[in-house]
Write a protein that binds this ligand. Structure first.
Ligand code: SAM
Ligand code: SF4
Length: 338
């Protein structure tokens, strides 16, 4: 069973934030091309030799645990495209001090992977589903289909990943009309659905999609309440949870809103990101990075990696200008992992 290492002292950054959550991007590849995330043409992906290998990822996790990290998430690109995903999961879960391992996925490959991942120690899954309208899935998530998403969700439930958590990025003219349907599905089943504001990260196609199709949380919430009645706020149990959560007085599920543009939550940020090509990316919305792969491949061990992580935490910035359309310029969302 996993439990946080009692001896590790969590790192604090210069703004007093405790940083104990590492998001690990396993690849920049994806089997989908969501309009706001990836263009259909002109993509170049990191060659596989440039990606951190399973043993290198394990070393980073050991280093992170030694400086007080205990929560980890696999992301991408699409993490299920890594052939060694189950091995990576097993390795991470074997590290003493890892208290929680989760993964964000588009669910397409879950029918074959959900059970092996559960058996390897994965605790939780977040499933990305922007709409369950068959035509709009095709238009927004492109190479996906309603049936494949449904099969992925079912596989996750059957493997014991409950409650199911769904992530929906609300995108004007593509799926803002489907939020009520998603909520209905969730609240009847004890699921947790979270609506995320579209960020202007410019990786999609056409490149203006994220800016022009932003829908504020206020509007999404109003649409849901108009159709289904008032949402009742749930108490904040975790200050670093970026989602503000609600429920209805009827229904069992939870409805959450993640509002990076209209209500930035930098003050509660507890996370560090590791890019697939082995760099600590200090803040989703800024460009600063520190190379950890180079240190590992030059023979540095767990202590060397922990020292780089310490510097990365000490240099973490705060504040962004998303509301002015400004964000990271050198990286797209699929390279950082959301
Ligand atoms: N492929 C996996 C998935 O889609 O869940 C993991 C990686 S994906 C980059 C992680 C999350 O970022 C997804 O929920 C996706 O919808 C979200 N995302 C991608 N581009 C975004 C953007 N411009 N603004 C807000 N969220 C975005
Ligand atoms: Fe792929 Fe996830 Fe980006 Fe969609 S949001 S294109 S599923 S990485």
């Amino acid at each position: 069973m996993k439990h946080a290492a009692p001896h590790a002292h969590a790192l604090k950054d210069r703004f007093g934030r405790t940083i104990n959550y590492l998001r690990i991007s396993l690849t920049d590849h994806c089997n989908l091309r969501c309009v706001y995330c990836m263009p259909l043409k002109g993509l170049t992906f990191a060659p596989s030799a440039e990606l951190l290998q399973a043993d290198e990822i394990e070393m980073v996790v050991r280093a992170a645990v030694s400086v007080g990290f205990h929560k980890f998430r696999l992301t991408g690109g699409e993490p299920t495209l890594r052939a060694d995903l189950v091995d990576i999961t097993r390795r991470i879960c074997s590290v003493h001090g890892v208290a929680d391992l989760s993964m964000t996925t588009n669910a397409i490959l879950l029918p074959k992977l959900a059970k092996p991942l559960k058996d390897a120690g994965m605790d939780r899954l977040n499933i990305h589903v922007d709409t369950l309208d068959p035509d709009r899935v095709k238009r927004l998530m492109r190479f996906s289909s309603k049936d494949e998403i449904e099969a992925g969700i079912e596989a996750a439930e059957n493997a014991g990943f409950t409650p199911i958590k769904l992530n929906c990025v609300v995108t004007r003219d593509y799926n803002e009309m489907d939020v009520v349907d998603l909520v209905k599905r969730a609240v009847d089943r004890d699921w947790h659905v979270r609506f995320i504001e579209l960020m202007p990260l410019g990786g999609g196609e056409p490149s203006h999609v994220a800016l022009a199709n932003y829908v504020p949380t206020k509007e999404t919430r109003a649409r849901i309440e108009e159709a289904l009645g008032p949402l009742i706020p749930l108490p904040v149990t975790n200050a670093s949870d970026e989602s503000r959560n609600f429920r209805f007085d009827h229904g069992r599920g939870v409805v959450g809103f993640i509002s990076p543009v209209s209500e930035p939550y930098c003050g509660g940020c507890n996370r560090m990101r590791l890019t697939a090509d082995g760099r600590f990316h200090l803040c989703l919305l800024n460009d600063d990075e520190m190379d950890v792969k180079k240190a590992i491949r030059e023979g540095g061990g767990v202590e060397a990696v922990a020292a780089i992580l310490g510097k990365a935490v000490a240099s973490k910035p705060t504040g962004h200008r998303l509301d002015e359309g400004l964000s990271t310029e050198d990286r797209s969302m699929f390279q950082i992992g959301g």
